[in-house]
Design a protein around this ligand. Structure first.
Ligand code: IYR
Length: 220
């Protein structure tokens, strides 16, 4: 069977337009900060829907779109997620993480307590699908699942920032409890947990520096 193609929907920018657009996106995204102090102020569902739609527009291996975005707004479910995450994080901070790791985290002031899991109006739990399950229960392989879902999460974080919201890329470890709490099917594995909302009034962030362009870019 022949593949079906259509013309690319595209308009070519001038070099000046390209430069201006690239610079404008950098100017916006460089102000993004990971925030751990959230306001409980409500955020329209519609905003979250656009953000998730943006994430789901990411490229993926063989266009399998191997992801599910679960948005939790129910306070009782947020509470259960917080309890389970804090139980795991307590163990992480009291023995499972190396001294070097704990030292690397010192400047972020993190600990096992995760109040943002109940304060933020939404928790977006991203699941990766190692394979797809059809109605008959047959497995269909997905490709480059980690790369695909990682790229989608990059889109997601950029979209959250662009909307004027904040998040923290939370990776409770292990995070299989999320599959259980949310009753996800067997082919889904939790990948990232992103609380989303407005920053708390007076929220503070650690003083950090990003690498300069010459430290991250090498021309050949
Ligand atoms: N998952 C833990 C620990 C943690 C690990 C890294 I790497 C960080 O950049 C931040 C935290 C936690 O969420 O506290």
């Amino acid at each position: 069977m022949d593949a079906e193609f259509q013309p690319l929907d595209y308009s070519r920018p001038t070099p000046d337009e390209m430069t201006a657009r690239a610079a404008a996106l950098y100017a916006d995204l460089k102000t993004r900060r990971t925030v751990r102090e959230f306001s409980d102020a409500p955020v329209p569902r519609e905003v979250i829907e656009h953000i998730v739609h943006t994430a789901a527009s990411a490229p993926s291996g063989a266009h399998k779109q191997p992801w599910t975005f679960c948005v939790v707004e129910n306070p009782a479910i947020k509470e259960r997620i917080r309890e389970a995450a804090e139980r795991e994080e307590y163990e992480n901070y009291h023995g499972r993480m190396s001294d070097a790791w704990l030292a690397d985290l010192e400047k972020f002031g993190t600990d096992w307590q995760k109040p943002f899991l109940t304060t933020a109006p939404y928790l977006i739990v991203v699941f990766k699908k190692a394979y797809d399950l059809d109605e008959a229960g047959n497995r269909h392989k997905n490709y480059y699942v980690n790369e695909s879902v990682g790229i989608a999460c990059g889109f997601l974080i950029a979209a959250i920032h662009h909307a004027g919201l904040v998040t923290v890329t939370h990776t409770p470890s292990p995070m299989n409890f999320l599959q259980e709490v949310l009753g996800r099917p067997e082919n889904e594995r939790a990948y990232l947990l992103l609380p989303v909302g407005l920053p708390a009034t007076g929220a503070r962030v650690p003083v950090i520096e990003r690498k300069g362009i010459s430290q991250v870019l090498t021309w050949y």
